[in-house]
Each structure stands twice: as structure tokens, then as C-alpha cells.
Design a protein around this ligand. Structure first.
Ligand SMILES: N=C(N)NCCCC[C@H](N)C(=O)O
Ligand SMILES: O=C(O)CCC(=O)C(=O)O
Ligand SMILES: [Fe+2]
Length: 332
């Protein structure tokens, strides 16, 4: 449950990562300190910055750089990897093609999802069947992004072990049938800056880069441009709190499935993007999800913390994702 937070904490996760697969993880004082900070941040804001994550600054920068170079290409080039239902909604979407609560978002993006082969999840997976569409240009795009995805998957798995402890469970709570075979989503996003006419700033059709929404899965790792303040997070009173760039960190936030697992102790907090700078903004967003076909319901430990009441009904992650994907795009 969110509170009236006014800033977003920074958590150094290095102690957690160092001991992550140690069976005595939950007894180490330095790890428990990280766990305490995770629990506080997840309870109060649903958002936190992560440092001490071990991902090199060079890689964080490179994925944003090649994303920016792709978006600089002419439209005809970008649309060669156009997102369509036939590719399981993977690929390029132009500015205004993604909609949030019915309003076009002022961003362009490449959407990527873990591969789903034909018949893999029966009818549940049909919408998402397909392979990622990687551009030929810039060269090495696929190789770099696939390396980044595997590093993010590993990092998110480890942070989730800390969050499992924070929820009073065993570190393995999100392994196995819950998220031992995690689905993932990656969005490479570009937000045009305000254009200048006669020395005055002028918005495009609207100025919302991405409308207020929650993320769908477990944990999001956001790698945002270093010099533009555009991401905003909503607190309990409805104020929008800035999540400014903090170089070398990820912004992490909780998704809808973790809200359910935590029985509402943790919130999937509303957030939005407004790029009111004149500069083009890039973000590379990795979403760590549950197993595609898993049924998500509050963990027993969290029911106890909520006096035995279960606040959410079962949800199938894949159904939740598909319902979002099918309503996220304008028809053209
Ligand atoms: N996979 C994730 N979480 N994507 C977040 C995109 C949020 C905007 C989308 N149009 C929406 O309304 O959800
Ligand atoms: O670009 C950002 O800072 C956030 C994007 C976001 O919230 C999303 O894609 O879910
Ligand atoms: Fe988001």
C-alpha cells in the first residue's frame, strides 16, 4: 500500500547479490539490512533505485545508445520491423500508436517478448506466439540486447529472492512454478522532446509520453537517460513525485503480479512519463515476470500479515498480459 512518499529511496543491493544463492541467505546481517530496505521501499512507494547491481556503466549506456541510433533512422527503415499481431505484437510502433487509457502516448518503441513457440501455452499463449524482430541497423543490435536481457533476468531473479524474504517467505518463493521459468518483456522507448518554434516550446498533440499505468508482472528494471527528468510516480494523495535519473542505477518498481502475491502489502504504483525537455529521451525497460501460465494468488505468509484475509483472487499472468496487449494499440 502506497503512502505519501515524497522521494524514492536508493538501495545498494551488493550484499544481497554476493550471498544470493547461499542457503543461509536469510541469516546474514548485511543481507537482512538490504531486505529491510526493500520491504520498506516496496511498502511505502512500490518504487526504488538500485545501485551495487554489478551491471557495467558501459552496457547501461550502450543499450540506450543503440536504441537512440535506431530511432534516428528514417521511418521507412524503422517500419521494416513493424509490430503486428502476426509477430505476437513484437516490433516497432510509431509515436502515438501505443495508447494508455484510450489516449495516444507520445512515444515510439520496439516491443520485445520472450519467444513463444506455436502451441507452447495452448490458447492462452496464442496472442503472444512469435519471435523478436531485431533491426539490421545499428549492427550487433540483437547480440547486445540479448546479452542485456540475460543480465537483467539474472539481476531481477536475485532481487526477487530478497523480496521473497521481505515478504516473510523462503528465498525460493518465486522459483519453481511461480517464476522459475520467468517470462520477460522489454520495451525500447523513445520520447520526442518538445519542438521549438519561434523560440517558444510547443507541445506535440499532447505532452504525455506515457500515460498513467501500472506494470503487469513482478519487477521492472528501468534504465533511463541520464540528463532528463521525465518519469513521475503517484503517491497516496495523488501527487506526482519525480523519479529523476540517478546515473548508474536502475529504477525498480513492482508490477501487478507482485501486488497480488504480496496480498496488497506492496502496491503496483501508478507512474507516467512527461518529457518536457527539448531533448529526445530514451529509456530501456526490462520487465521480469512470472511463468507465463502460472496462477498468481497471495502467498500464505502475506495472508497472515493481513490478519488471514485474502485480498485478491487468482489471476493468470498470461491472461493479464494478453488483455493489456490487445487494448494497447490503435487500429490502423
Ligand atoms: N509491459 C508493460 N508493462 N508495458 C507498460 C506500458 C504502459 C502503457 C500501456 N499502454 C498500458 O496502458 O499499459
Ligand atoms: O520510460 C520510462 O521512464 C518509463 C516507461 C514505463 O513506465 C513503461 O514502459 O512501463
Ligand atoms: Fe511502466
Amino acid at each position: 500500500m502506497a503512502t505519501d512518499f515524497s522521494s524514492i529511496p536508493i538501495i545498494d543491493v551488493s550484499a544481497l547479490l554476493a550471498k544470493c544463492d547461499d542457503p543461509k541467505l536469510g541469516e546474514d546481517p548485511a543481507v537482512l539490512e538490504v531486505v529491510r530496505q526493500l520491504d520498506k521501499a516496496c511498502t511505502e512507494a512500490g518504487f526504488f533505485y538500485v545501485k551495487g547491481h554489478g551491471v557495467s556503466d558501459a552496457l547501461l549506456k550502450e543499450v540506450k545508445d543503440i536504441t537512440r541510433r535506431f530511432f534516428e533512422l528514417p521511418y521507412e527503415e524503422k517500419t521494416k520491423i513493424k509490430m503486428t499481431p502476426a509477430t505476437g505484437f513484437r516490433g516497432y510502433q510509431r509515436v502515438g500508436e501505443n495508447i494508455t487509457k484510450g489516449v495516444p502516448d507520445m512515444h515510439e518503441a520496439i516491443d520485445c517478448y520472450r519467444e513463444v513457440t506455436r502451441g507452447m501455452y495452448g490458447d492462452l499463449g496464442k496472442t503472444m506466439e512469435g519471435y523478436n524482430q531485431w533491426p539490421q541497423n545499428p549492427p550487433n543490435f540483437k547480440v547486445i540486447m540479448e546479452e542485456y536481457i540475460s543480465i537483467c533476468t539474472e539481476l531481477a531473479r536475485k532481487i526477487m529472492r530478497g523480496i521473497a524474504l521481505a515478504l516473510g517467505g523462503s528465498p525460493d518463493e518465486f522459483e519453481g512454478h511461480r517464476a522459475g521459468d520467468p517470462f520477460w518483456v522489454m520495451r525500447l522507448i523513445g520520447y520526442p522532446g518538445l519542438t521549438t518554434t519561434n523560440g517558444t516550446h510547443e507541445a506535440m498533440e499532447n505532452d504525455i509520453g506515457c500515460g498513467a499505468h501500472t506494470d503487469y508482472g513482478l519487477l521492472t528494471l528501468l534504465n533511463q537517460d541520464e540528463d532528463i527528468n521525465a518519469l513521475q510516480v503517484r503517491n497516496l494523495s495523488g501527487e506526482w513525485i519525480s523519479a529523476p535519473p540517478v546515473p548508474g542505477t536502475f529504477v525498480c518498481n513492482i508490477g501487478d503480479m507482485l501486488k497480488i502475491y504480496s496480498n496488497g502489502l506492496y502496491e503496483s504504483t501508478l507512474h507516467r512519463v512527461i518529457n518536457s525537455s527539448p531533448k529526445y529521451r530514451v529509456s530501456v525497460v526490462y520487465f521480469y515476470e512470472t511463468n507465463f501460465d502460472t496462477a498468481v494468488e497471495p502467498l500464505d505468509t502475506t495472508k497472515t500479515r493481513a490478519n488471514g484475509t485474502k485480498k485478491f483472487e487468482k489471476a493468470i499472468y498470461g491472461e493479464h498480459l494478453v488483455s493489456k496487449v490487445l487494448t494497447n494499440f490503435v487500429d490502423d
